[in-house]
Design a protein around this ligand. Structure first.
Ligand SMILES: Cc1ncc(COP(=O)(O)O)c(C=O)c1O
Length: 394
């Protein structure tokens, strides 16, 4: 069965992914099982998606109940789960309004359009430039890719969206230098994910807020990876006490169903008109009803406190690992989002992990990334670190 499926994929699926030689079949809590019945402790969670783990009873029940009622209708019509979800997201954030879409890249494309529209309405023509940062990852569509300064990702697809300037991440003086009155927006991840788990410094985010205000530009936080409880705060920027004008979210939002969201202030929303942007699938009743469960559960202060506690537990284990293992050069992260900078290729550890029943991923060539389900237990975290330690000692 395993070989058959791998062969089918090789033959019929466009080769954008390199996949390991097993086939995942089902999951329970923080553990996945392949078609041979082998268990994998999951420190990937669908790349920071499966916050409630696998087969969560409330998520499954909600899917079953809502599927019997209504799965999809066009965004031309009102539906209750969509409206209630928007209220929930606004009541638990800085935002006044939400635009829904289907992925993180789409959320950033939406944010770009809304920032351009706001700038045009409020400040006239010509205020279209965007400031983004080294190490950023905002997605693989033409606007979001233009803000993702990785040569390998950009080079084959140029020309990209023009007008993006870059400053060094966590370098306020450089950001100041690259800023200007032609900016409509500054895009930043409070903790860079794909770029190697780099948390912003408090001064940096506060400084970006100030630069945005002085140049009449919007501050956009991309919380696609670091948002929704991942850092032990519902929104990663809440740790910093710096508020954006727009926030993009996706990954864990709808429990594994595709959903993205652009959260914004009324100041931004007031410049949007019907027809400015749209999506066929976004926030249909089924997806929205699951997202209501996910956001409701994750925004519970008790849940977030548990993430912070488990995050500290994991952080301490990783720091200890660094003290004892010369291959670990640096440990970075917050909550349940951690990166280990290694002196070897992270890929080697990822591949050894498969053999030993552990799923971990890299974030760039030398950074091993841990972004487990937020419901993971301390026992599971300790087990994962023991396996990593064993691999690194080999
Ligand atoms: C910070 C950030 N923004 C945007 C994206 C793109 O999201 P998607 O893959 O859903 O388009 C990602 C994906 O990893 C991300 O980490």
């Amino acid at each position: 069965m395993r070989e058959e499926i791998i062969e089918l994929e090789r033959k019929y699926v466009a080769p954008t992914y390199v996949r390991p030689p097993f086939v995942l079949d089902h999951g329970e809590h923080s553990t996945l099982y392949d078609t041979d019945g082998k268990a994998y402790l999951d420190m990937v969670a669908g790349i920071a998606v499966n916050a409630l783990g696998y087969s969560d009873p409330e998520v499954v029940r909600t899917i079953q109940t809502q599927a019997l009622k209504l799965i999809h209708v066009s965004n031309l019509y009102h539906t209750a789960p969509n409206a209630r979800l928007a209220r929930l997201l606004c009541e638990t954030s800085f935002a006044d309004k939400v635009f829904f879409c289907n992925s993180g890249a789409e959320a950033n494309e939406g944010a770009l359009k809304f920032a351009r529209k706001w700038a045009r309405v409020k400040h006239g023509e010509g205020k279209t430039a965007v400031l983004a940062f080294t190490g950023a990852f905002h997605g693989r569509l033409f606007g979001s890719l233009a803000m993702t300064p990785r040569e390998k990702y950009q080079a084959p697809f140029r020309p990209l969206m023009p007008g993006v300037r870059f400053a060094r991440f966590n370098d306020l003086a450089d950001a100041e230098e690259q800023a200007g009155d032609d900016l409509c927006a500054i895009f930043a991840e409070p903790i860079q994910g794909e770029g190697g788990i780099h948390p912003a410094t408090p001064e940096f985010l506060a400084g970006l807020r100030d630069i945005a205000d002085r140049h009449n530009a919007l501050l956009v936080f991309d919380e696609v990876q670091c948002g929704m409880g991942r850092t032990g705060y519902l929104w990663a920027h809440q740790f910093y006490g710096v508020e954006p004008d727009i926030l993009t979210a996706a990954k864990p939002l709808a429990g594994g169903f595709p959903m993205g969201a652009v959260l914004m202030t009324d100041e931004v929303a007031s410049t949007i008109e019907p027809g400015d942007h749209a999506s066929t699938f976004a926030a249909g009743p089924l997806v929205s009803s699951v997202a209501e469960v996910v956001v409701g559960r994750i925004s519970d202060p008790t849940f977030l406190a548990a993430v912070r506690k488990k995050g500290e537990f994991l952080g301490n284990l990783l720091v200890k690992l660094r003290e004892h293992n010369p291959h670990v050069l640096e440990v970075r992260g917050r909550g349940l989002m951690w990166g280990l900078e290694l002196d070897v290729e992270a890929k080697q550890v990822v591949e050894k992990g498969y053999e030993q029943g552990l799923l971990v991923i890299s974030a760039g060539p030398n950074v091993l990334r841990l972004v487990p389900p937020l419901v993971v237990t301390e026992e599971e975290l300790a087990r994962a670190v023991r396996i990593i330690e064993g691999i690194l000692s080999e």
